[in-house]
Ligand binder design. Structure first.
Ligand code: PGA
Length: 255
């Protein structure tokens, strides 16, 4: 049984004060503990204050990026050992990192290895561009990205991580993939895992959908058998919409 996850990617939003306020609001709105893992990925600066303030709250914490080296002359970067003990997860290879900051399948692979070495759970992002989608290349692009990101990892490492399918054309556009398409491509991700590492690994690894997920479409998305959660940008910045998505998912997964 894969635990469902609602992962809020706050991107470059929220001061420390705003992050604390938002977290408190979410906690109040969600109320009693649910079976859904609530993951908050605020900017680096908010991680320590949130870790302290949210110790008694049911949140997991994640970073939005990390470097692959432990330390060194890399101005402005944050390394896995700095995050160890502070966060549970780290988002790796988000399409904004790939498109705006020159990240490649190779750097994504190095970061994934580095995160796992330091007991951080990577959330590896893959997704095709609009052009690739329109040319019918989605399956080939996703297969190549997943294979490259996981290159050299053991079966045990792969089943411990999370993969997020985020079509680039759906991110921040209000134009989500249909639940059916999202489900199919998450199924394709799982098929790649099956081919690389066998049934047990494919059945244990969590696969998320991301791209304009919101309270209106989350139910249909979460009904898809191969989707284990969502990576949520815009809708995670509003306490009400994020809390609603947690509650709707909890409802779907309640026995
Ligand atoms: P969005 O962002 O929900 O605002 O589309 C998703 C993401 O970038 O992870």
């Amino acid at each position: 049984m894969r635990k469902p996850m609602m992962a809020g990617n706050w991107k470059m939003n929220m001061t420390v004060a705003e992050a604390l306020a938002l977290t408190l609001q979410i906690d109040q709105l969600v109320g009693e503990a649910t079976a859904v893992e609530q993951l908050l990925c605020p900017p680096f600066l908010c991680l320590h204050p949130l870790k302290e303030a949210a110790a008694a709250m049911p949140f997991s914490l994640g970073a939005q990026n990390c470097h692959w080296q432990d330390s060194g002359a890399f101005t402005g970067e944050i390394s896995p050992p700095m995050l160890r003990g502070l966060v549970d997860y780290v988002i790796i290879g988000h399409s904004e990192r790939r498109q705006l900051f020159g990240e490649t399948d190779k750097s994504v692979n190095k970061k994934t290895h580095a995160a796992l070495t330091h007991q951080l759970t990577p959330i590896v992002c893959v997704g095709e561009s609009l052009d690739q989608n329109e040319r019918g290349e989605t399956a080939a692009v996703i297969t190549a990205q997943v294979s490259a990101a996981l290159d050299g990892l053991s079966a045990g490492q792969v089943q411990s991580l999370v993969i997020a399918y985020e079509p680039i054309w759906a991110i921040g556009t209000g134009r989500a993939a249909t639940a059916q398409t999202a489900g199919e491509i998450c199924g394709l991700v799982r098929a790649v895992l099956r081919q690389l590492h066998g049934n047990a690994v494919a059945d244990l690894t969590r696969v998320l959908y991301g791209g304009s997920a919101n309270p209106d479409n989350i139910s249909a998305i979460m009904e898809q058998p191969d989707i284990d959660g969502a990576l949520i940008g815009g809708a995670s910045l509003q306490a009400r919409s994020y809390a609603d998505m947690v509650k709707i998912t909890a409802e779907i997964y309640s026995p």
